[in-house]
Ligand binder design. Structure first.
Ligand code: MEV
Length: 438
């Protein structure tokens, strides 16, 4: 019988492994061997990984791939992508190659504003609270000078603090809605530290504010936390070319451009499609975010909120045909960092950033937006022409063959066979069995 464990985090790694394999696995010897096989032989690297989180028992690998030939604002990038899905890197590479010959990707940063909030309860009227806020606002800034000094040297800091009345939606609920510039840092720690200081100042100053009556002096801080919704930390990426350049056959080129626009229009008005459409975009985005040590959960949450900003979940990309020119673009919020966090710790993250030519956070936003746009272009291109399965199954073929335990020779034979045959799961299994029979 499995019983709860006390003090698991205090056990050594060896003890943790022993406990988990004995309690929860059928074959504890092989489970233990597997966990050990994935540990890094270099103890310094392993220690680093052990210390990223609590209760590390091994490492969890994802492939790191490269999508080359991305021409972004006339500069060539090879984009590192960490992802398990078979066709993502191949699709990105195809899209980069396609647009390389057509002027590449153009990007712009629309804004870099980060947001954080102090949520609090005040049992009095807004007018008096607002006068109090105006009085203490300089103090909110001055009492964070020790926290902000380094960020200020880099050109960042607290941009503004606003008092917001939310009582129409929740009784007695107000907030300090704060904006920040965090330059090359994602800024989560900086923002949260500032917010917690704002909360301390707010509470302490309320106790001393004489116009407040006794019950008004007790401001209750509920929480202080950054927001992962950053609609003004925004980047845009686009590609465009004359329709005639989309295909050597002008009829095909016209049909393709029209269908691409229709596909985007559908994802703009139909949430069921929009979710899958945007999932494909996130295939590219998350892979670069992971490779560069950024927080993909933060980006996911913010991006999907942005996709719903007009009241209905919709496509992040857009497409249009004007005067014979096909244009395809994306606009999305991305709060990223190229300093701090994992960026200076994880050896592969450091290398990924080096491969990207040590980008600033703004440059990384542009690269990531391009990865999302390229991924969507590749997905829609397949969807509106051959269908997605042909390319996807080709890439997935090796996974199926690995599941079947194919040897390298069998893999070579069957990969060759499926160059000209539809690689459905059944067809692969059958071809494999036939080959074994021979
Ligand atoms: C699969 O991971 C992503 C796609 O479904 C995206 C799309 O449908 O646009 C192919």
């Amino acid at each position: 019988m499995i019983v709860p464990i006390e003090g698991f985090s205090k056990l050594t790694k060896e003890e943790k492994i022993d406990w988990v394999v004995e309690q929860y696995t059928q074959d504890s010897k092989s489970a233990k061997a597997l966990l050990k096989r994935y540990l890094n032989a270099d103890s310094t690297v392993q220690k680093l990984h052990d210390e990223f989180i609590e209760n590390t028992i091994t490492n969890y690998y994802l492939p790191l791939g490269i999508a080359p030939n991305f021409l972004i604002n006339d500069k060539l990038y090879a984009i590192p992508m960490a992802i398990e899905e078979s066709s993502v890197v191949a699709a990105a590479s195809k899209a980069s190659k396609f647009w390389l010959k057509r002027g590449g990707f153009k990007t712009t940063i629309i804004g870099t504003e980060k947001i954080g909030q102090v949520h609090f309860i005040y049992k009095g009227g807004f007018k008096k609270l607002n006068s109090f806020f105006k009085t203490i606002k300089p103090k909110l800034f001055s009492e964070t000078t020790a926290i902000t000094s380094n960020m200020k040297k880099r050109g960042g800091g607290i941009s503004d603090i606003k008092l917001i009345d939310k009582t129409a939606k929740l009784d007695h609920y107000y907030q300090l809605h704060c904006s920040f510039e965090t330059k090359d840092a994602m800024g989560a720690n900086f923002i949260n530290t500032c917010l917690e200081q704002f909360a301390t100042t707010l509470k302490a100053e309320a106790l001393l504010y004489t116009p407040f009556e006794e019950h008004e002096k007790n401001i209750e801080i509920v929480m202080s936390i950054l927001s992962n919704y950053v609609p003004n930390c925004l980047v845009r990426a686009e590609v465009s070319c004359p329709i005639a350049e989309l295909s050597p056959d002008i009829n095909k080129a016209n049909a393709f451009a029209t269908k691409m626009v229709q596909a985007v229009q559908i994802a703009k008005i139909e949430p069921y499609r929009a979710v899958t459409h945007n999932k494909g975009i996130m295939n590219g985005i998350d892979a670069v975010i992971l490779a560069t040590g950024n927080d993909f959960r933060a980006v996911e949450a913010g991006v999907h909120a942005y996709a719903s900003r007009n009241g209905s979940y919709a496509s992040l990309t857009d497409a249009a045909i004007n005067n014979g020119v096909f244009k395809f673009w994306i606009q999305l919020p991305l709060a990223l960092g190229t300093v701090g966090g994992l960026t200076s710790l994880h050896p592969l993250v450091k290398l990924a950033l080096e491969i990207l030519q040590k980008p600033s956070a703004k440059e990384l936003m542009q690269i990531v937006a391009v990865a999302g746009l390229a991924q969507n272009f590749a997905a829609l291109r397949s969807l509106v022409t051959t269908g997605i399965q042909k390319g996807h199954m080709k890439m997935h073929l090796l996974n199926i063959l690995n599941q079947l335990g194919a040897t390298q020779e069998e893999k070579n034979t069957l990969t060759h066979h499926f160059k000209n045959n539809a690689a459905t799961h059944n067809a692969v299994v059958q071809a494999f069995n036939n080959l074994r029979k021979q």
